[in-house]
Write a protein that binds this ligand. Structure first.
Ligand SMILES: [Zn+2]
Length: 309
């Protein structure tokens, strides 16, 4: 696998294989063992991570040699005395973001081991950075996944309620963020000048829904040579789906197509549903999904998140 250099927040530098190469292997059912290095101002993490898809379809990334790769090491004192440190944790989270995988601090997890087996044998989880309270007899990545799924279902329900004109509590909003986790203003235009790819020579007004639809479609086609449909609802939301001819008899998207779309966009598998990938009526969501359509992951702007207490 080739390596690419990325600037890290706080002045560090990461050298990792491009997300696409890793995701391709993982999607093909193989474990990927990318060689990685993260140079932070105060320490350097290097070695091999392991990325694979577990039996429930969740992509997982582990820093431990038990998962199959050589494992990740750090130059700091905490790591040399205890084998775990916050730098490994930080690097692992960056890898999770880049490769669309859930970081795990569970040394028992490795490709081919069924979750049931692990659960029978273990009574607690260990984090990659520090000892924590036992996380019940449940896998950490599965908890994260369930949590995300529940929140997602909840959010979709809210948008649907709003569409039907039913009253909802005002959601609290976490504003859009940049790559370094800082809140940024709601984007109004999308630009990726000079990066190549369909239509990248011009900006798109994120309020111009027709142009956003057009550009997502063009970007996805340019990358995958596969046609996708981008449908809009009357409230400005959009849905990335596949043309009728490729849908199942009942109109739903077959599982393999859902997985392929999730992979292409670099989003968790459960965000790609039987009726497509939903994009809320919000310019930050349009920005993030445009970036993802071009394969720019992690996206330079993270969409706003909504929660209702
Ligand atoms: Zn360290």
């Amino acid at each position: 696998m080739s390596q690419r250099q990325f600037k890290l927040h706080g002045g560090g530098i990461a050298n990792v294989p491009p997300p696409r190469d890793v995701r391709d292997q993982v999607a093909a059912g193989r474990a990927a063992v990318p060689s990685v290095s993260f140079r932070y101002p105060e320490a350097t993490v290097s070695g091999q991570a392991t990325v694979w898809r577990d039996e429930s379809g969740v992509d997982v990334v582990s820093p431990f040699p038990q998962a199959g790769g050589n494992g990740m090491r750090c130059t700091c004192g905490k790591f040399s005395s205890g084998g775990r440190c916050e730098h490994i944790g930080k690097a692992l989270h960056s890898l999770g973001d880049a490769y669309g995988a859930v970081p795990t601090g569970d040394t028992a997890l490795r490709p081919g081991v069924s979750m049931a087996e692990v659960r029978r044998e273990r009574t607690s989880d260990t984090a990659y950075d520090a000892p924590r309270a036992p996380l019940e007899r449940m896998n950490y990545s599965r908890i994260q996944n369930l949590r995300a799924q529940r929140q997602d279902t909840h959010k979709e329900g809210l948008f649907e309620k709003q569409r039907r004109g039913e009253p909802i509590n005002t959601p609290s909003v976490k504003p859009p963020k940049d790559n370094e986790g800082r809140a940024v203003a709601w984007p109004t235009t999308f630009e990726r000048e000079g990066k190549g790819g369909a239509n990248s020579d011009r900006p798109t007004d994120l309020h111009d829904i027709a142009d956003v639809q057009y550009r997502i479609r063009a970007a996805l086609f340019a990358r995958t040579r596969t046609h996708y449909s981008v449908l809009r609802d009357k409230d400005g939301g959009m849905r990335i789906t596949i043309p009728k001819a490729r849908r199942a008899k009942d109109g739903t998207i077959p599982f393999a197509e859902r997985a392929r779309l999730a992979d292409t966009l670099g989003i968790p598998a459960h965000h790609s549903r039987a009726n497509g990938v939903y994009i809320p009526a919000d310019t930050s969501w349009r920005h993030e999904m445009l970036s993802r359509s071009y394969g720019d992951t992690p996206p330079p702007i993270r969409a706003a998140r909504y929660t209702v207490a």
